[in-house]
Write a protein that binds this ligand. Sequence first.
Ligand SMILES: *Cc1c(COP(=O)(O)O)cnc(C)c1O
Length: 450
Amino acid sequence: MSKKFYLHEDRMPKSYYNILADLPVPLPPVLHPGTRQPVGPADLEPLFPMDLIMQEVSTERYIEIPERVREAYRIFRPSPLIRATGLEKALGTPAKIYYKYEGVSPTGSHKPNTAIPQAYYNALAGVKKLTTETGAGQWGSALSFAGAMFGLEVDVFMVRVSYEQKPYRKAMIETFGGSVTPSPSTRTKAGRKILAEDPDSPGSLGIAISEAVEAAVQSPDTKYSLGSVLNHVLMHQTIIGNEALLQFDDAGDYPEIVIGCTGGGSNFAGFIFPFLGERLRGGRSVRVIAVEPAACPSLTKGVYAYDFGDTVQLTPLVKMHTLGSSFIPPAIHSGGLRYHGMAPIVSHLKELNLLEARAEQQLDCFAAGVQFSRTEGIIPAPEATHAIKAAIDEALVCKETGESKVIAFNLCGHGYFDMQSYMNYFAGKIDNMDYPEELINKALVDIPAV
Ligand SMILES: *Cc1c(COP(=O)(O)O)cnc(C)c1O
């Protein structure tokens, strides 16, 4: 039996999937931070080009992928769907484990799937420069790459701890032509405010978003770009699951359990929404599992409330699972999962009991990642090890029950720029983090009353 399922590029999906078309209950509206009334497309225009705003609010089921974007995707798409036979054997499980491998992209994760169309639509609208934030550097490098393809300048605010810990990601952003500022910085009012309160602030995604938003609204030919959370970002990522549906068809299988790790929710959504969509339209049933870090557990321990997407409270209010916009997550090694909130659509699905969420400790996740690398030959990004941990656990349940279930997870990125984390793991320098209850309770006080 073949182990890898490739799609010929001619069979690469021609459209994104928009789960808003199939939701049993509509998504709560986005609110203006001042008036607390639902925002209209015009309110978002200082930040995003109109094509992306229309995608953000669209309820069309399928949205066509422009030919220029498909052409750019062909550098690395379709990505392979791989049967993890080595891992299955090592676990002694009757379950079949598959993973969709997004590490084949130019920057090593799923992020270019949305960076490319975002750069394309901005360039089409005559935008010259994009500002953005980056945590571990994955998003900053993806947007810099996409900016280079479409002739846009890219100005990246990088969370200070990552800036210091991940010099290779910074070098990558600069190689693609982007520029990098450690955040908090003195370039913006938001950054200066944070630094005045804490000159040694390690930074956070929430702070970097405040800075990037402020920098974008200051100049007319500059817009802002976000790498996760928003509806249109999740929708661009559905190229992953749309491909996987075709590949499962080729494999003659269909997953009964689909799994993804969640930071802001985009790779998870991109992989699982096309499967969940089939279920919502009366197709085959599938169990959906979202896995987050125990140190930043927005889905499992956050409150479901209207909150800001950034720390300095410049963004619109969205209803989501949140730990509070002033919460600065502990400096765990999965930098991409350190975000206080969760995508509104993913949060909504959790409320509708259409997905299960669990939180995992980083030591257990690294152990799962090491086992995966030794059996499958790919060293996973620390973020991706959360999905691997859950896939292994489900496969071990099958071992006990004797069921040969089909389990699929998204391997959202490789870990070849994260080897310092693996070195720390092997040196015994990685600890589990307790749930930072006190910090979260403090941050929850700042959630606005809506
Ligand atoms: C950015 C990133 C994440 C977290 O973002 P999501 O929007 O939740 O996908 C997870 N894994 C990797 C490898 C990333 O680069």
